[in-house]
Design a protein around this ligand. Structure first.
Ligand code: AMP
Length: 281
């Protein structure tokens, strides 16, 4: 794996690869890599000749009082893991490369899609996400970019931005990768102490409860959300932020739940905010 930290160098390298007829795949991350990230690299590998993994803890998407300063980082371990999964280019810019003016005066917003679900609890977060993703799409002119279904609202926003702003690349989603007990992998799981780690399984169990209710014939979104919420409420140390059944494109709650709609949850476990979702089958 080749590590590149400059915007000009990664753009030149990727542009040359494409000029030589090679397909380029981009996997944007904030690092502290786990199997969820690496599964996205595998997907990119299958769809492209050159895989670029970016690692950038984007200050713009963290709110005041959030975990920017203590977000876990281990670039050397990340480089080893990326190399072991066939990543060709590791793009690891520092904030001064990405925001040479010290910030972004021009930002990308999607008011109707961002001011709901996680956006209600993280004001400004998705503006920071869309702005960095737009910048990455311009810095790394890829043919395909791979995002995790884990971040359901982010995926919907990135898809909509790509079509609304005519970015000429394909967006591909990868499924949620989980621990054996169902906990969705997340860099933030590193924050969980043993009690919180046990309690954190409530998120996945709540999604399973919603699926069980759906399979048993409950098609009312409020009924499904109630089934999930009962599990979260019964778990100690879990403060639920939302449980919603949504359409994955519009993020609206449908009048009747159908297969392919998502049950999405966010909760604070101990001190750590976790999200998860499940596509109804
Ligand atoms: P992050 O480093 O948390 O910003 O995540 C980078 C990318 O990895 C995003 O597209 C996430 O949706 C994706 N991702 C994070 N966790 C998982 C997971 N458990 N399974 C699949 N993809 C994930």
């Amino acid at each position: 794996v080749t590590t590149i930290d400059s915007v000009a160098a990664v753009r030149a390298t990727v542009t040359a690869a494409r000029a030589a007829g090679r397909r380029v795949g981009l996997v944007p991350t904030m690092g502290f890599l786990h199997e969820g990230h690496l599964s996205l690299c595998d997907i990119a590998r299958r769809r492209a000749d050159v895989v670029v993994l970016s690692i950038f803890v984007n200050p713009l998407q963290f709110g005041v009082g959030e975990d920017l300063a203590r977000y876990p980082r281990d670039i050397q371990r990340d480089a080893r893991l990326a190399a072991s999964r066939g990543v060709d280019i590791l793009f690891v810019p520092d904030p001064a490369q990405v925001y040479p003016e010290g910030g972004a005066a021009v930002r990308v917003r999607a008011p109707d899609l961002e001011d709901r679900l996680c956006g209600r609890f993280r004001p400004g977060h998705f503006e920071g996400v869309l702005t960095i993703v737009a910048k990455l799409f311009n810095i790394v002119p890829a043919d395909v970019a791979v995002f995790g279904q884990k971040d359901l609202q982010q995926l919907a926003l990135v898809r909509r931005m790509t079509s609304d702003l005519n970015f000429a690349l394909e967006i591909v989603a990868g499924p949620v990768i989980r621990e054996p007990d169902g906990l969705a992998l997340s860099s933030r799981n590193a924050y969980l102490d043993p009690d919180a780690r046990r309690a954190a399984t409530a998120l996945y169990r709540s999604l399973q409860a919603a699926q069980a209710a759906f399979s048993a014939g409950e098609h009312d979104p409020a009924g499904l959300a109630g089934a999930a919420r009962a599990i979260l409420d019964a778990a100690g140390g879990v403060t639920t932020q939302y449980v919603e059944v949504v359409d994955v494109i519009s993020l609206d709650t449908p009048s009747h739940a159908r297969p392919g709609h998502a049950v999405a949850v966010a909760a604070v476990v101990g001190e750590t905010r976790l999200i998860d979702n499940h596509l109804l089958i």
